[in-house]
Design a protein around this ligand. Sequence first.
Ligand code: AHG
Ligand code: MN
Ligand code: MN
Ligand code: MN
Length: 336
Amino acid sequence: DSLEDINTDLVTLPRYIIETQQSIKGAKGDFTLVLNALGFAFKFISQTIRKAELINLVGITGNTNSTGDQQKKLDVLGDEIFINAMSASGIVKLVVSEEQENMIVFHNNDAKYAICCDPIDGSSNLDAGVSVGTICSIFRLLPGSTGSTADVLRQGTEMVGACYAMYGASTHLLLTLGNGVSGFTLDNTLGEFILVHPELKLPSQRSIYSINEGNSYYWDKEIVEFIETLKQPQSQDGKPYSARYIGSMVADLHRTFLYGGLFAYPSDKRNPHGKLRLLYEAFPMAMLVEQAGGKAVNDQGKRILDLCPSHIHDKSSVWMGSNDDVDKYLKYVGKL
Ligand code: AHG
Ligand code: MN
Ligand code: MN
Ligand code: MN
C-alpha cells in the first residue's frame, strides 16, 4: 500500500458548493447556505437513524399523516430535524413536508428558497434496518413572493435543484443543480460528504425491474401484461429481467442510478394516481434521473417534470430509470 493511494485533496460538499456556485441557474452566494443546511440535516438524520433502536426510537406514534401513512417516531423526528435546519439557515422561506398537512412559512424576510421534503423515505422499512433516505426538491420563490403555495405548485422543470440522502451501509448523497448529478459519500470520522461520483450517469440499459408486484391484482391489464413480457427472454441478451424491490424509493432508485434498470409505481384500482407524491418524491427523483441521462414518465407516458401539482400532497404514477428500459414501457403502451 503506497501513499499515492491516499487522496489528500478531498472535495467536500462545502468545497463543491463554493466551486460550482457560478454555474447554478440564477443562484447568488445564498445558495451555499441552502446546501449547507441540507447537508447538516442529512448528517443529523443519519446519526439519529443509526442509534434509533438503542434509544427507543423505533415504532409508530399512532398518528397518520396527510396522505394516510402511519407515522413512525422517526418520521416525526426526521421532520423536526429537517424543518429546524431549514428555518435556521435564514435563507429558506418555506418548507413542504410529507409529515405536515400544511406548508410551513418562516419569518425570514430575506429568504429566497422553498424546499419540499420527504424527511424519511421508506419508513416502513426502518425497524428492520433496511436503507431509508431523505428526498428534497428546491425551488426559488417567485419574484416578489413572501411565501405561498404558488411558489411550489409549479411544473417540475422549475426546480433549481434536487437531492436525496440514502442512509445505507454508508450515507450517500446525490445532488443536481440542473447541470448533471454529483454523488457524495459521508465520511463519518470527518463529518463531511466527500465527492465520489463527479458526473454520475445512469447506465442506458439493465435488465432489472423494480415494482411492488403484490399490487398486480389491482393494476390495469396492460401493466400486468407489460411486466409479464419482462419475464421472457429479451432480445438484447436472451435472458429475462431480474426482479429487485426494496420498498424504499430512495434505495430502489439508488441501485437504479448505479446499476441501471426500471423502477415503477403505477396507479391501480386502489390508488388511482399512484402512491408517490409529486413535490417531494416524483419531482426530485425525476430531475435527478434526467440529469443522470435517464427518463421519468407517468403511466400515460407524460414526462414527470412537465406535470404541475394543484395541491402540495398530490401524487403521480411513475416509471423511471434507464433510458432503454423506460422506452420499452413507452413502446408497449404505444407512447413512443
Ligand atoms: P414513505 O416511507 O416516505 O411514506 O414512502 C414510501 C414509498 C416509497 O418509499 C416506496 O417506494 C413505496 O412507498 C413503497 O410502497 P409499497 O409498500 O406500497 O410498495
Ligand atoms: Mn410516509
Ligand atoms: Mn417516501
Ligand atoms: Mn416519508
